[in-house]
Design a protein around this ligand. Structure first.
Ligand SMILES: *Cc1c(COP(=O)(O)O)cnc(C)c1O
Length: 220
């Protein structure tokens, strides 16, 4: 019988190997790419199995679900789901990185929450790279101004940019655009790429890849 533990450990080993190979193919260093293991919908046992296999960085979409699993000693938590303003305080309380800052009202709410909590998670700005109506993220055309505002507001706390390209399109132009935009603003972190396309994202300059299914299996 294959246990949860070995399954996740094997999957992690494969994903890490593919990350390293993609980095090397792109003339980059494997250690310049950080793997965020996306554990949304998965039980705490799955998180513990990944942690036991040496995975320390995790991603969750929903603040409430994340708060049921984290904080966990040895683990850092990235919040990667669209964030409502009224959840900002809970998010600031538990996150090490909030990847989905995407509007001025949320920047204000996070600033207020940081002051109240005395806790200062790092931040990424999510850009709606594909201009999809139903998706969160600051519109491309507003990105430069919003990035400048957030730099002024958060200083070095603003680490970089994040995007989720449209499902049905070649992600490369979106990935390349995001990496270029981060570079122009002197931002070091570029979060892009999921189970289906993280190797492509690395070739386009990703420094964070967010991988769920390839590590933990499918979600029902
Ligand atoms: C769920 C999710 C992921 C992981 O997706 P997989 O296809 O399971 O790897 C990555 N990023 C975000 C923002 C997600 O919501």
């Amino acid at each position: 019988m294959i246990t949860l533990q070995t399954n996740i450990a094997d999957n992690l080993r494969q994903v890490r190997e593919r990350i390293a190979n993609a980095a090397i193919r792109a003339g980059r260093k494997p250690e310049d790419v950080t793997l965020v293991a996306v554990s949304k919908t998965k039980p705490i046992e799955a998180v513990r199995a990944a942690l036991a296999a040496g995975q320390t960085v995790f991603g969750e979409n929903r603040v409430q679900e994340a708060a049921e699993k984290f904080p966990l000693p040895g683990a850092t938590l990235h919040l990667i789901g669209g964030l409502q303003t009224n959840k900002a305080r809970d998010a600031v309380r538990i996150a090490d990185v909030i990847e989905t800052l995407d509007r001025p009202r949320l920047a204000e709410a996070i600033t207020a929450a940081m002051a109240k909590e005395g806790r200062y998670p790092s931040l990424l700005i999510e850009v709606n790279a594909g201009g999809e109506a139903q998706k969160s993220g600051v519109p491309r055309d507003d990105a430069d101004a919003f990035i400048a505002d957030c730099k002024a507001r958060f200083g070095d706390g603003l680490l970089g940019l994040m995007c989720i390209p449209p499902h049905d399109e070649d992600p490369r132009p979106h990935f390349t655009w995001l990496a270029d935009r981060a570079a122009r603003h002197g931002l070091k972190v570029v979060s892009m790429g999921m189970s289906a396309d993280y190797e492509i994202a690395i070739e386009c300059g990703a420094t964070l890849v967010r991988v769920g299914t390839a590590i933990f299996g499918g979600r029902s």
